[in-house]
Each structure stands twice: as C-alpha cells, then as structure tokens.
Design a binder for this molecule. Structure first.
Ligand code: ATP
Ligand code: MG
Length: 574
C-alpha cells in the first residue's frame, strides 16, 4: 500500500514556472468557441460540517482563480443538505478562511438550503414524469437490492407505484407522517446499470432534524447527489469543478439535469490534494478534535486553514503552493516539504529578523564594564534594505544558545568551546576563558568569556575572521517567552496506510509539540501583535500565538530554516 502511494508521489513540484493545466485550457477553448455566451462562472461548494483544510485551498484557488483570470464570477455555496452534521460555527469559519486566502464572493453567498423548495418541486416534476418513486425498503434491504460491482441489482417492489400514490406519499413524507429512514424518494433509472450510482439512487430521505438555517421547516432532506447538480444549474454555473471521486456521479448528475430540462453546467474532475505526513479528510480531522489529540480545529499542527494560519503561514505562500502543484487528472501525494518551501520563500522576503535564544546559557564578559549598555545596529531584513535597522542592546551579561557551546567539541564543531572564539552577530568576537558548572549535576551553568573591543561589527578592524557567528541576547534587556516547536502530526509519510484492522491514529507523532519555556527574546518583540511573523536568526520562522500576552509571550515555530524541498528540487533537476 505504502509503496504504491510512494510511487505516485509528485516529483515535478520543483518546476518554478507557472504551468498551464487542463482545466485552464478547457475554459480557454470554451471561450474561444463562444460557449455559455462567453461567461465563466464557477463556485466553491463546501459542506459546513468541518473547518476547511489545505486541500480545500486547492479548490478555492482553482475556482476563484479561474473566475478572476477570465473575468468571470465565483460563488460561495454551502452544500448544507445534511443537518445532523452541519453547524453555523463551520459556516462562519469557512467564510473567514476563504477571505483570509484573499478571495471574495461579493453578494454571491448561497446555500443549498435556499433551494429546498425548488428542489422539492424538481422532485415532484420527476415523479409526474414517472422518473421517481417512493420506496419503503429499509436501508439494509436497499443495500441488498443494490447488487455489487459484478452483479446487477434487483428492482424494488415499490418501483412501479402509480404516479398518484407516489405524489401522495411524497407529500406525506414532507408533512411529517413517516419515521426517519422509513421511506425514501428514489430516481427510477436502471438497477442493472454497471454504474452503481445509477441504480435508482435516493433523492430524498426522511430526517426529523433541526437544520441550522431552515430550523424545523423540513423533515425530508435532499441527498447531496440530488441537490448538488441542481444547485449548480440554478446558479447558472458554467464549469462545475470537483474532485475525481465525483467522476462516477457525473452520469447521474447529467441524468437529473436532462430529465428536468434545465441549464446544464459542465462538470470537470481533478485530482484532490494529498500531502505527506498529513490527513486531509474532514471526518478524520473532526476525530482528532473530538478525541482531543489536538487542542482544536486551529491547533497549529492541524492542516486546516485555521491551524495553518495560527502556525504562521501566509495566504501568499498557500496560493503560491496551490499554483505550483498544478492540477492533474491522476491522484498523487505532494511532499509537505514543498509547502514549507513556499512559506520560506515568502517569509524570507518579508519577515523582520530578530534574535531569540530558546535554551539560554549565561555568558559573562569579564572585561566588559559592569552597568554599561551599548546599542548596536542590527539589520531588519538583509533581503529588503527598505526595512532598515534597529538597535540591539549589548552588555556584560548575555545569553547564547546552549547548543552553541560544547565543552569537548567534536571535529568540525566551530562554535564556542573553551579557549575558542566566535563572533556574536552584530557585535564582537568573544573568547571562552572559563566554564562554571553545577557542583552536583556537572551541568554547565555559565561561561566566562572576554570580548575583543576592536572587533565591533562594522568597525574598521572588524575584518578578523572567526569560523562561526552565533546569535545572543542581552540578559538585562531580553524578555522571557514561551516557544512552541512543532513537528509533523504523524510519524508516517502516508499516515492513512495502515494494515487491515489497525488504526491510523496509531501513526500520531507523540512528540509533535514541544513547549520550550524560559526562552529569551529581543525586547522589541514584547510589542508584537497576534499573528506577527519573524525570522529568529539561525532558528527559523516564528509567529505570535493567540495565547500570547504582553507579560507572557508565546511564539509558534512556523518552520525551521532547513529547506529540504530545495534539496529535493536540485537533485531531481540534475
Ligand atoms: P473531505 O474529504 O475533507 O471531507 P469534502 O470533499 O467532503 O472534503 P467539501 O466540503 O464537500 O469537502 O469540499 C468542498 C470542495 O472542496 C469540493 O468541491 C471538494 O471537491 C473540494 N476538496 C475537498 N478536499 C479536497 C482536496 N483534498 N483537494 C482538492 N479539493 C478538495
Ligand atoms: Mg463532500
């Protein structure tokens, strides 16, 4: 299973140009041929039964993007036909997420539930035409009658009910006369069709449930299959773009539209996005939330847009990613490193730099005057001179990263060790002259160092070479912070590929979150607002979490600086 998925792994994502794709080509051809009076009208049709994830972003970028590109329109339509799983919380989050990605539906916010009366009338029309009937089979019986992929189904004993009786029973269904599940309205198509979707599919079911928009007005609800195509038609959609699993439903959607004699949008299927180390199914994401494997839909480890946003991703990075992965007809899995690559490319240009020490080790500069504080100029972003520079305080007591010191350095370790020198970024060269340890644990507590006053960055004598430059903060000025480090939520590249009978949840990564407290950051970060993004020099990209308070700062690590995708890209280019 795993090897099959691996085989399909997309390796051409490193292509940097913006390739055209078959849907763009198809729309271009339609326009050339004057189809739909030159209109392009798409829609993004989420079911409000969960938060949007990065897979939905692909569909959003495609639908809204094509409309924008061809001077058309894109509707936002909630396919809200299943009241037992839907909620306004999801409607609100979906709207927020689509806007955040940078798209707008103006006043074209629609709901399948707005069409319930019209869909009911369509159903009556099909009954009158002898194309739909009320069926009394239970769900289990219906399954039995349906047949299999290799065997045809059997006709329901209720299939030949007279039209009048169907009309009366269907009105009774609407009127609340029947129990949940006791009756359905079915399309009368062909129980022997090789396509199981055509074997008299259910159009309506009895369901006494309160709908988040229509309340208790209805106790029958159309199935997705009956509502979806007709909703597209009612909105005058020209191109109904959906994922591959609906290819087999297309003949059914065509059948409904043809029988009803209404506007017929063209359905086009594309491959859904899959990402390594990630699960992209609302049902499964809901399980993670409900079973508290994550802190909520917006947990920064979640692939939801809410989670990704809280993690520090930019809408620009996501749109770039969606453009680069392209649109194909064959399912594949994209390496998550490519998503991170797009983020780094965007943030490298925009994120202000800062110095932060996650695991502080105290350094005392023995020859630096006590009480003196010097302000040193630090560049805000070497990629963008317009972002200017800031002052960073330097003093006798500093913190450096525990990892940047090694008492008995292995070969190739060029950072600080006894008797050795390093440069402090934007500051001076220092030399380690002593190590103080905890007498009981032997743990290094403090380094005694001396600085070379002639080596201040930017001064005439600063040219003396040392092998490493490390980051630091001044103990007296730095502020304390908590930093949350994230790793993939799953340990496996294909977390859903599990042996028969075992649970995909066993692939959860037990160390996907590490909270590091007692970090020290430059004091200017104390003013940072929720969501603000920075590059902590040498460590990665970080953003201010929503849990952050002025007296208790919290940062999320969005991504490290290590770009594994750039490496993969180079390798496959060679
Ligand atoms: P899920 O599989 O996560 O439950 P869904 O397809 O049921 O998703 P919908 O709310 O029906 O979710 O999705 C709205 C639109 O987003 C649909 O047109 C669907 O095809 C598209 N979509 C959903 N998942 C992906 C994905 N992974 N890649 C691309 N498009 C997707
Ligand atoms: Mg769906």
């Amino acid at each position: 299973m795993e090897s099959k998925a691996a085989e399909n792994k997309l390796q051409d994502g490193a292509v940097e140009s913006m390739p055209s794709h078959f849907i763009r080509n198809l729309v271009t051809d339609d326009l050339k041929q004057g189809k739909n009076q030159g209109r392009v009208h798409t829609r993004f049709p989420p079911e409000p039964n969960g938060y949007l994830h990065i897979g939905h972003a692909k569909s959003i970028c495609l639908n809204f993007g094509l409309a924008a590109e061809f001077g058309g329109k894109c509707n936002l339509r909630f396919d809200d036909t299943n009241p037992s799983k839907e909620d306004v919380e999801y409607v609100d989050s979906i709207k927020e997420d689509v806007r955040w990605l940078g798209f707008d539906w103006d006043d074209r916010e629609y709901y399948a539930s707005d069409y319930f009366e019209q869909l009911y009338q369509f159903a009556i029309q099909l009954i009158n035409a002898g194309k739909a009937y009320v069926c009394d089979l239970s769900a289990d019986q219906m399954r039995e009658y349906r047949g299999t992929l290799t065997e045809p189904g059997k006709n329901s004993p209720y299939r030949d009910r007279p039209i009048e009786e169907n009309l009366s029973l269907f009105r009774g269904m609407r009127g609340g006369e029947f129990r949940d599940g006791s009756r359905t309205l079915r399309a009368k198509i062909d129980m022997a069709s090789p396509n199981i979707n055509m074997r008299d599919p259910v159009m309506y079911r009895v369901l006494h449930a309160t709908h988040h928009r229509t309340g208790d007005q209805w106790c029958i609800y159309p199935t997705y299959d009956f509502a979806h195509g007709q909703s597209d038609s009612l909105e005058g959609i020209t191109h109904s773009i959906c994922t591959l699993e609906f290819e087999d439903h297309r003949p059914l959607y065509d059948w409904f539209l043809d029988q009803l004699g209404v506007h017929h949008p063209q359905q086009i299927e594309f491959a859904r996005l899959n990402l390594t180390y990630t699960v992209l199914r609302k049902r499964k994401l809901l399980q993670l939330v409900q079973k508290k494997h994550v802190s909520g839909w917006d947990d920064p480890r979640m692939p939801t847009l809410a989670g990704i946003r809280r993690r520090g991703y930019t809408p620009e990075a996501i749109r770039m990613f969606c453009e680069r992965i392209g649109v194909a007809k064959r399912n594949s899995t994209v390496d998550i490193a490519m998503l991170e690559h797009c983020l780094r490319e965007d943030l490298n240009k925009r994120a202000p730099r800062a110095m932060a020490v996650l695991r502080p080790l105290k350094v005392v500069l023995e020859n630096y005057p006590d009480g003196r504080v010097e302000e040193l100029a630090a560049v805000n972003n070497p990629e963008d001179p317009a972002m200017g520079s800031r002052d960073v305080s330097f003093s006798r007591v500093l913190y450096i990263e525990m990892d940047d010191f090694c008492e008995t350095p292995p070969k190739g370790f060029f950072r600080l060790s006894p008797g050795k020198e390093v440069r402090l970024r934007y500051a001076y060269i220092i030399k380690c002259v002593g190590v103080e340890k905890d007498p009981t644990t032997g743990e290094v507590r403090e380094l005694r160092c001396v600085y070379d006053p002639e080596t201040r960055s930017g001064s005439s004598q600063s040219g003396r070479k040392v092998k490493a430059t490390i980051h630091w903060v001044s103990a007296g000025q730095a502020v304390e912070a908590e930093v949350r480090l994230y790793d993939h939520l799953f340990t496996k590249e294909y977390p859903e590929d599990v042996p028969e009978g075992s649970d995909w949840l066993t692939n959860l990564n037990p160390s996907s979150l590490e909270r590091v407290t007692n970090c020290r950051v430059e004091p200017y970060l104390a003013q940072a607002k929720e969501g603000a993004r920075y590059q902590f020099e040498r460590l990665g990209y970080f953003c201010v979490d929503k849990d952050s308070r002025p007296d208790a700062l919290v940062f999320n690590r969005t991504a490290t600086l290590r770009d594994t995708w750039a490496k993969i890209g180079r390798k496959s280019a060679n």
